[in-house]
Design a protein around this ligand. Structure first.
Ligand SMILES: [Cu+2]
Length: 219
């Protein structure tokens, strides 16, 4: 009888130990996907590094097969197969052009579906976006800071009081009709999805995910 009890205890202990180590592995894997995702060792001007830095603006299951465009906005670094396109979104350009983007955060990669691509092209040329339906854009490397009320404010000093937000990882919904975002907050400190650039024609919904407040603490 005593032997039986001991065996049961041993089995229980084994199951608990196994479960804990499985959890640890899962946590570690999730962290790897977001944080390192196998950064290539070459220079940041190499095609390999650029593809890694830009594509990982999306989750690995999208990054693996997306098209990747170089900083000139034209050169295809890698042809994709899943309809998503990754490109750098930092309007400031590189701080050190000879050595490429300092890190993926400086590149501000946008990984876009075809409708979000229309939005981005219109945004970059100062036109009103014309889309067939809503678009989606991943920015898991965040951005270098924005005035939440107005587009293309490049420095915190030039932004409205309390409106500067340097985002960490997020997903964005680019609406075909900005009016459909009505009812969402514009407050980026709640952790809830919020509207950026409201009433500018470039209104979109920012959807914070894990590590969103990595660069700027939540107030
Ligand atoms: Cu964004």
């Amino acid at each position: 009888m005593k032997k039986m009890k001991n065996l049961k205890l041993t089995i229980t202990a084994f199951i608990i130990a196994f479960t804990i180590s499985a959890c640890d592995n899962a946590v570690q894997k999730a962290t790897e996907v977001v944080n390192t995702n196998g950064e290539p060792t070459g220079p940041h001007t190499s095609t390999e590094w650029k593809i890694w830095a830009l594509s990982t603006g999306a989750p690995s299951f999208i990054a693996a097969n997306c098209t990747v465009i170089d900083a000139d906005g034209k050169t295809v670094l890698r042809e994709g197969t899943n309809g998503w396109t990754a490109m750098a979104g930092n309007p400031r350009g590189m701080s050190d052009p000879d050595n490429g983007w300092k890190d993926p955060h400086e590149a501000m990669p946008m990984v876009m579906d075809d409708q979000a691509m229309k939005w981005a092209m219109a945004f970059m040329s100062g036109k009103t976006p014309e889309m067939d339906s809503d678009g989606w854009m991943w920015m898991l490397h965040g951005d270098m800071g924005e005035d939440n009320t107005k587009q293309l404010v490049l420095n915190k000093e030039d932004s409205a009081e309390g409106k500067w937000i340097e985002s960490g990882a997020h997903l964005m919904l680019m609406p075909k009709d900005p009016a459909t975002l009505k009812g969402n907050t514009t407050d980026f400190n709640t952790g809830a999805p919020y509207i950026m650039f409201e009433g500018t024609g470039y209104d979109h919904l920012m959807i914070p995910v894990e590590d969103y407040y990595k660069y700027q603490a939540k107030n």
